[in-house]
Design a protein. Structure first.
Length: 260
């Protein structure tokens, strides 16, 4: 089932067109990665999908509804955004940070309900970090903070998680922790649209890969179909070789190796 449908999207900033006629879909329980060089339009596409920018033309539809017809509260129930990193100005507890995900559902004059708290705690449990609930968010490691942000996003109960380079500031081990948890969420029924610079991340977790270059979509398919040495050279200007390896468990994996 198609959840998100982007059709012939043209968008940008003020009068400057950055994205030129991009079309793609995200289905239920699908992990879609978008890759491309800096400035190619990836984040602009995300901002337009999230309603932060109005499209010049084309459409963004979620569950057959135009996003431009939805209120901010309705958009927040459809999409949850996970940034690269976030540090709140005050030392909130983890449970307080996660509870912010219930904002679209809570009336300004009403209190958080026990049901809201159960949903938030359930998100922490889903990610295996419920033991952090009473810890101070700013005292956590970068990987733990990112998992808390994902829990906050899950607490919104969105249709789609939208992630903009969520592992960019993390070390190798924390990158794998976050990506493996995200992959588990997709297997459990969550849909994810993630921007990344690393083709290896797409090989690791994506069902489909969208390749952006100079504001246009030049590839849409499985990682094996669209991540090629020629295409990576086109978008990054670096010669690479795609190598097939066999892990100790006997699983076949693809690796993107830069060439000197």
């Amino acid at each position: 089932m198609t959840l998100l449908k982007v059709g012939d999207l043209v968008c940008g900033y003020h009068r400057m067109e950055v994205v030129h006629g991009v079309s793609f879909t995200v289905r239920h329980a699908e992990f879609v990665c978008m890759i491309g060089a800096n400035g190619c339009g990836k984040t602009t596409v995300l901002k337009t999908i999230l309603g932060l920018l109005k499209p010049f033309s084309g459409s963004v539809m979620v569950d057959d509804q135009e996003t431009t017809s939805l209120s901010e509260r309705e958009l927040a129930k459809r999409f949850a955004y996970i940034p690269q990193a976030h540090t709140p100005p005050f030392p909130f507890s983890v449970s307080d940070v996660v509870m912010l995900g219930r904002t679209p559902y809570v009336n300004r004059l009403s209190r958080v309900s026990s049901s809201d708290r159960q949903i938030a705690y359930g998100a922490l449990m889903q990610l295996g970090i419920e033991q952090l609930a009473q810890r101070t968010y700013t005292h956590l490691s970068g990987g733990q903070q990112q998992l808390v942000l994902i829990a906050r996003a899950l607490t919104q109960q969105p249709d789609i998680l939208v992630m903009d380079e969520p592992t960019a500031s993390l070390d190798f081990g924390n990158q794998q922790t976050v990506l493996s948890r995200m992959r588990s969420l997709v297997k459990a029924g969550t849909s994810v649209l993630m921007v990344t610079h690393d083709p290896s991340h797409a090989f690791y977790c994506a069902d489909r890969v969208l390749v952006m270059h100079e504001g246009r979509l030049i590839g849409d398919g499985s990682p094996g179909e669209v991540i090629t040495g020629e295409r990576m050279h086109t978008i990054y200007g670096t010669k690479v070789e795609i190598i097939q390896i066999t892990t100790r468990s006997g699983k076949q994996e693809s690796v993107c190796v830069p060439l000197p």
